[in-house]
Design a protein around this ligand. Structure first.
Ligand code: ADP
Ligand code: MG
Length: 599
């Protein structure tokens, strides 16, 4: 007996629908795309119970005639292409004619529509469509455009219904898709309602940043800096958040390729690579990034919902994006902490309000062979590397060069709580955490210098007792320490004697450093050797930087603060310290004014 059967049409449709529609947000996406394709400038989205009860989209687009309104539910019904060859040139969102067929296969739909060209007093049509056929067709008074209501999603596909997530999750997905449309179509007025409450009202916005201010919490929108690159075949623009802002998730990252919202893992990784050493681990920026690329170099049909894209040359796109983000962040920070300030300005005068008269300080050169490392507990700030590297004859006001190269000054206001350096720069107050900033400066300096570092014999070798395990661990890495210029010997299984250390360790409590290094070695012993070497390298450098940096509580003079800021300006990865804390924080003047209700 034959086993093969042909599925009834409505069952086949339900199965096909699963490809396009898995959750309420997919319905929202398809319907809003149709509204956009119909040239709408105003789109309102009404949601009940996270879309499980009702999804209704009202637009002012082209509308449909009564005949089209019935046709549009049929599989492969589309006004956008008539043959496969046209696919290549299609610019609209929909084109396969499967959205309305799919949506109506798994829900009850009411479509009210009237063509744009119809006279004002003409009637439109209301079509009730379910179970794969028109249930009711009546003439109704309605505005031009389309009002489509999708009720009881998945009422006839219980398995799919069961897989729907909690209301919060589904609602979030709907919000995301509507936000994405807001970004990609800033000229359209979007409204989003949930359970009769207006959740978003976004009238046409002049720029993507204005859109962000409408869509996101105000404080996120304010943290955005423009991103722009127009070279070669890839064009990138949009906005990214600066180094002082982060989120614990990726919810504020949106990518658009040729103005279509896409998910692409490689692009996500590229953006995080662009923020390497800018954000602490597991923190994410806000970003709205538009990539334009020749559509020949792109496949958007990888995914039935067209949510994913495949690039012909993914590496090129990623590299461009990483470079563009890094450059933008660099430029931005140089406007906060001037990199070229010293060279740019030789004839400045002392401001009236500096706290202390400027006294040039001679630089005490480190004499490696005279260094004595025994007195390591207390070192005056100057000896920890903050002193100018040459005699500085700088005043307290420093101009800095901004992105658009107009000169702005910044002014050291002073030291706050003996912990933060406070600057006034342009329209911002900038706080610098003196320890975090100095730690980063030293870390980068050490990382560069350690390779060529030679130990200097200590006048008074330092000896101390450690556990036997610790000593054993240290012995396994003896050659590593030697390469760093740290020479030690072991006595009686638990005694360490440090005989030589590099000059830059002057001021570092050596016992603490070695003890912590031993702990680290024991903990990571099992690690693969090359990775271990890398880790221990990073760890030791970070430790040394931390231990030798100025501390919170150290009093700094104006000259020292100046030097620290100048050094920070020249330091790579200056946005965060080696432990992932921010080094700088700037507050716009407008925020201060708002607090005082001046604006
Ligand atoms: P596709 O968008 O791929 O053409 P759909 O099933 O989404 O397929 O829609 C079928 C057709 O219905 C569209 O091609 C369009 O002509 C018409 N249509 C759907 N939604 C609207 C709308 N909001 N305004 C005007 N026409 C619409
Ligand atoms: Mg469509």
């Amino acid at each position: 007996m034959a086993k093969i059967k042909i599925l009834p049409r409505n069952e086949a449709l339900k199965i096909a629908a699963g490809e396009v529609i898995e959750r309420p947000s997919h319905v929202v996406k398809e319907l809003v795309e149709n509204s956009l394709d119909a040239g709408s400038t105003s789109i309102s989205v009404y949601i009940q119970k996270a879309g499980k009860e009702l999804i209704r989209i009202v637009d002012n687009g082209s509308g449909m005639t009564g005949e089209d309104a019935k046709m549009c539910f049929l599989p492969h019904a589309t006004s956008k292409i008539s043959c496969m060859d046209e696919l290549e040139h299609v610019t609209s969102y929909g084109f396969r004619g499967e959205a309305l067929a799919s949506v109506s296969a798994v829900s009850n739909v009411v479509l009210i529509t009237k063509p744009k060209e119809a006279p004002v007093d003409a009637l439109g049509v209301s079509i009730t469509y379910s179970q794969d056929c028109v249930q009711q067709e009546i003439a109704v008074a309605c505005p031009c455009g389309t009002d489509i209501q999708v009720r009881d999603l998945f009422f006839n596909t219980p398995v799919r219904k069961k897989f729907l997530k909690q209301d919060d999750t589904e609602w979030n997905a709907i919000q995301n898709i509507v936000y994405a449309f807001c970004f990609s179509h800033s000229h359209v007025h979007f409204k989003l309602y949930h359970d009769d409450r207006l959740m978003l009202n976004a009238p046409p916005a002049a720029t993507c940043k204005d859109r962000a201010l409408q869509v996101w919490e105000h404080n996120i929108g304010q943290q955005l800096i423009p991103l722009c690159k127009h070279e070669g075949t890839i064009h990138i623009n949009g906005y990214i958040s600066h180094h002082n802002f982060w989120r614990y998730g990726r919810q504020n990252i949106y990518f658009f390729v040729n103005n279509r919202w896409v998910k692409n893992n490689e692009l996500s990784k590229a953006i995080m690579k662009g923020y390497t050493n800018v954000l602490p681990p597991d923190r994410f920026p806000a970003a709205v990034i538009f990539i334009s690329i020749d559509s020949q170099l792109l496949d958007i049909n990888v995914h039935p919902k067209k949510e994913e894209v495949r690039f012909a040359k993914p590496l090129v796109v990623q590299t461009e994006l990483v470079g563009c983000i890094k450059k933008t962040l660099e430029e931005r920070t140089n406007t906060v902490i001037g990199e070229k300030n010293v060279e740019q300005n030789s004839a400045l005068t002392l401001p009236q309000n500096s706290f202390e008269p400027y006294v040039p300080q001679p630089y005490k050169m480190l004499q490696p062979d005279m260094i004595k490392l025994e007195n390591t507990r207390f070192m005056p700030v100057f000896d920890r590397g903050i002193m100018p590297e040459k005699t500085v004859e700088k005043p307290m006001v420093m101009p800095i060069v901004t992105q658009d190269s107009d000169t702005q000054e910044f002014k050291i206001i002073g030291q706050l709580f003996n912990t933060y350096i406070v600057l006034e720069r342009g329209d911002s107050v900038v706080f610098i955490d003196q320890h975090a900033a100095h730690e980063r400066i030293l870390y980068e300096r050490y990382t560069k210098k350690f390779e060529i570092q030679h130990g200097t014999t200590l006048l008074f070798p330092e000896s101390f007792t450690l556990s036997q395990i610790a000593v054993k661990g240290l012995m396994t890495c003896k050659d590593f320490f030697e390469r760093q210029g740290i020479l030690f010997d072991v006595f009686a299984d638990d005694q360490i004697v440090i005989r030589a250390a590099p000059p830059m360790l002057k001021g570092t409590p050596l016992k603490e450093l070695i003890e912590q290094a031993a702990d680290f070695i024991i903990e990571h012993e099992q690690m693969e050797r090359s990775l271990f070497d890398k880790k221990i390298n990073e760890h030791i450098h970070a430790q040394i930087a931390c231990k030798s940096a100025v501390k919170a509580g150290d009093v700094l003079t104006m000259v020292q603060m100046h030097q620290l800021i100048t050094d920070l300006g020249k330091t790579p990865n200056r946005f965060i310290c080696v432990h992932g804390r921010p080094t700088t924080w700037s507050i716009p003047k407008s925020d201060v004014e708002k607090k005082f209700k001046r604006t």
